[in-house]
Design a protein around this ligand. Structure first.
Ligand SMILES: [Zn+2]
Length: 290
């Protein structure tokens, strides 16, 4: 009798062992499938960067992680669904992040009048002193943040600045935030030297109707600070690759014109990206009314 009872118990032990083994194998398979999916989603993040003409070779790295030909169909489909859920989570984070910076803005329907060199601004939208993805710089007092009466613009320009800042921050989550300089006066109009010496004895010739923005080139030393004051140090201080990426992002965002310094070597579509004296320490971007 005892021997008869032992048979079923031994069999059940064996089947338990088989069940445990099956679970272990299943976990190993899931881990094997998820790990490359995670890597794939990290590398494919690069594809969201708008690649301009000059930076294309550096930015276009998305297609290099194709699955091996030997991968089974099931594995490929699990990887796709894993990447899709991670993409959804990332999009959610993006929206929440963008919402936080955008929430600080008192949005209203602004009106741009005249031209950038002879114009005015009504119902200006003020860019906050700083956000998660950007910070403002006062070019006269040379400090963070910029004063409120120097960071007014059309709603469209503020929206574009926040969008470019968010995209840049996503691509460089551990880097310095976008450093934004002068926009326009609260009512637009003259923004000349009467409102401060920009370091070369002059003020702004334009910035009069809420469509112009000065943005500082990312620094080679990674500091979240304005450039050294004047001279060749300005060009030496900027990070050429990050600066070109920033130019490309503004071009991709629909800039009418991006003025860059004559000594910067920064390029872009002719007629849009233009080299101009007095811009070796910052770029000046202008948008059409929107
Ligand atoms: Zn400017």
């Amino acid at each position: 009798m005892p021997s008869v009872q032992r048979f079923p118990s031994r069999r059940s032990r064996r089947s338990r062992r088989a069940a445990v083994l099956a679970v272990v194998v299943a976990f190993a398979a899931v881990g094997w499938v998820l790990a490359p999916a995670t890597l794939g989603s990290l590398t494919s993040d690069r594809s969201s960067v708008p690649a301009g003409p000059a930076a294309a070779p550096k930015l276009g790295r998305s297609g290099s992680s194709a699955p091996a030909a030997s991968a089974s169909r099931r594995r490929a489909s699990s990887r796709r669904s894993g990447a899709a859920s991670q993409r959804a989570a990332r999009d959610g984070r993006k929206r929440r992040r963008a919402a936080r910076d955008s929430d600080r803005v008192n949005w209203r329907a602004s009106v741009t009048l005249g031209t950038p060199t002879s114009g005015a601004l009504r119902n200006a939208v003020r860019l906050p002193a700083e956000g998660r993805t950007f910070v403002t710089w006062d070019p006269v007092l040379r400090r963070i943040p910029n004063r409120p009466d120097r960071r007014n613009a059309s709603a469209g320009l503020v929206r574009v600045l926040l969008g470019v800042a968010a995209g840049y921050a996503r691509a460089h989550p551990d880097g310095a935030r976008l450093l934004v300089g002068d926009l326009s006066r609260p009512q637009g109009g003259n923004f000349g030297v009467a409102f401060g010496d920009l370091g070369d004895g002059q003020g702004h010739a334009s910035h009069q109707n809420g469509l112009d923005a000065d943005v500082y080139y990312p620094r080679r030393d990674g500091r979240e600070r304005g450039p050294p004051r004047g001279g060749p140090e300005d060009v030496m201080a900027l990070d050429p690759e990050l600066s070109q990426e920033l130019v490309n992002r503004f071009v991709a965002a629909g800039a009418q014109v991006v003025f860059v310094g004559t000594g910067t070597g920064l390029t872009g579509p002719p007629g849009v990206v233009q080299a101009l004296p007095r811009h070796n320490d910052h770029l000046h971007v202008r948008f059409a009314p929107r």
